[in-house]
Design a protein around this ligand. Structure first.
Ligand code: ARG
Length: 482
């Protein structure tokens, strides 16, 4: 058996006699909602103050937000090409497997499931919790324990939804997407009204006080790009997409342009309503904005921001489970994680696994550091993935690219340079030992690979557990859906 691109499939999949496969249920609206709905989460309601704090001036902060949108769009175009050449689910994992090889792909999935996915889930859940409890603690910070318990409940609720039904998860994604688009529209409209009333003072001398240090720029980008992160969500579930060769590129372009436009206008609104000082000292910009513009209706902003984070977490879960699932299918994770529920057709073991790790990370985690370490790791792997695209463009230009989704080679090279800058910036300017730990952790994946995957030490180690869990969770091996 071979894929459309002529690579042979790994052994194991052919052996499944009558395997299940995930259904192609996601259409263009679902696809746009998955991308935009994961991108718009916690970030736009809190990060603007951190971007401003790092970069120092409103003008420069606006430039950073615009550049982040451009980076996401160019990255998205590169991923559209990757997704059409390699039409399998699994995002970066599968692209690395097909270009850079097994060890790199394993190192990625190892970091993905143990650092990146739980970190992003936990970061979003924590900010969702922050908004849920904010109305009950006006004027003081809520206790950490309360925040973490609420975050844990949010994680568990969404894990359950995702295990129960693909349709329900898609539905939540679409509904919360509509709510957040509406919320951002309200913020934009409120700002526009104030702007036309002549509140333009904050835009005078708007570049005064800009910090031009490498670290300041790096951290500002990390915070801004956190809000845009999720632009690659759809590439994790290509096999569940209807007509992926058309819908993947189309959804990427629609969703990323939509989000960029909304974010830029929202930033203008924040700066119209609040002075840079007020913005920098608020705990959550959206709430301060709500209190100033909506008065006693300000609590609506907390509710909307909480729902926004909820939707983003849903998308994060949905796509994160898929990576685990694809890696297990390729023999890089225990078999049980590649199975799907026999009736519901959801990859429940992989989802449960992601949930457990997220709950563990929740115990010590705090939002700021989660965002910085997450971005460092994520951009490292985006760089490796884009190198894969450059490799394919040079070495295999003949691979079929339906609907001629083919970006000029300078694009992946440009984004690769940006990614390298983003990974190096915080280290060069002020080396912090934590980044070394993260780097060592990423590399330790290679050490796990050698005995367990390459030499297959302890074969059958999980056999009994797999059989037990298979019966208990009612799951069976799933096939590729190409
Ligand atoms: N952009 C989202 C937010 O602002 C975070 C997305 C995290 N990454 C992900 N792949 N789910 O909250």
């Amino acid at each position: 058996m071979s894929t459309q691109c002529g690579w042979s499939l790994p052994t194991g999949i052919e052996k499944v006699p009558q395997g299940l496969s995930l259904k192609r249920e996601v259409g263009i609206i679902g696809a746009v909602s998955f991308i935009a709905g994961t991108m718009i989460g916690s970030g736009i309601f809190i990060s603007p103050q951190y971007v401003l704090l790092a970069i120092g001036s409103p003008g420069a902060s606006f430039v950073i937000w615009a550049c982040c949108g451009l980076i996401a769009m160019l990255g998205g175009l590169c991923y559209a090409e990757l997704g059409t050449i390699i039409p399998e689910s699994g995002g970066e994992y599968i692209y690395m497997l097909r270009t850079a090889g097994k060890v790199t792909a394993f190192v990625f999935v190892f970091s993905f499931i143990s650092v990146m996915r739980p970190a992003s889930a936990t970061g979003i859940a924590l900010s969702c919790a922050e908004y849920v409890v904010a109305p009950f603690y006006s004027g003081c910070a809520p206790p950490q324990l309360v925040l973490k318990c609420v975050a844990a409940v949010v994680i568990l609720a969404l894990a359950l939804v995702n295990c129960l039904s693909v349709r329900l998860a898609t539905g939540i994604q679409v509904v919360t997407m509509a709510i957040k688009a509406l919320t951002l529209a309200v913020i934009i409209l409120g700002g526009a009204v104030m702007l036309f009333q002549g509140n333009t003072a904050n835009f005078e001398d708007s570049f005064d006080g800009t910090n031009v240090g490498v670290k300041a720029i790096g951290i500002a980008f990390y915070q801004g790009l956190w809000s845009y992160d999720g632009w690659n969500t759809l590439n994790y579930l290509t096999e569940e997409l209807k007509r992926p060769e058309v819908n993947l590129p189309r959804a990427l372009v629609i969703a990323i342009s939509l989000v960029t436009g909304l974010y830029l206008l929202v930033n203008v609104s924040y700066l119209t309503v609040m002075t840079p000082k007020e913005l920098m000292s608020s705990t959550a910009v959206a709430i301060t904005w709500g209190n100033k513009v909506l008065g006693s209706w300000g609590w609506i902003m907390s509710l909307a921001a909480a729902l926004s984070a909820f939707g983003s977490l849903n998308g994060t879960f949905f796509s994160g489970g898929r990576v685990c699932f694809v890696a297990a299918r390729e023999g890089h994770m225990p078999d049980i994680l590649s199975m799907a529920h026999v009736h519901r057709l959801t990859p429940s073991p992989a989802l449960i696994f992601t949930t457990v790790i997220s709950l563990v990370v929740l115990i010590p985690g705090d939002f700021q550091s989660i965002v910085n370490y997450f971005s460092f790791t994520a951009w490292f792997f985006y760089a490796v993935t884009l190198s894969g695209l450059i490799y394919l463009k040079i070495k295999k230009p003949e691979l079929p690219r339906p609907y001629s989704v083919s970006v000029p080679i300078v694009l992946p090279i440009l984004i690769l340079l940006v990614a390298i800058f983003l990974v190096l910036a915080p280290i060069i300017d002020q080396p912090q030992i934590e980044y070394l730990y993260v780097a060592l952790f990423i590399l330790s994946g290679a050490i796990v690979y050698v005995p367990f995957i390459h030499f297959k030490l302890c074969p059958g180690m999980f056999d009994k557990v797999t059989t037990f869990l298979q019966l208990f969770l009612e799951v069976a091996p799933a096939e590729k859906n190409l």
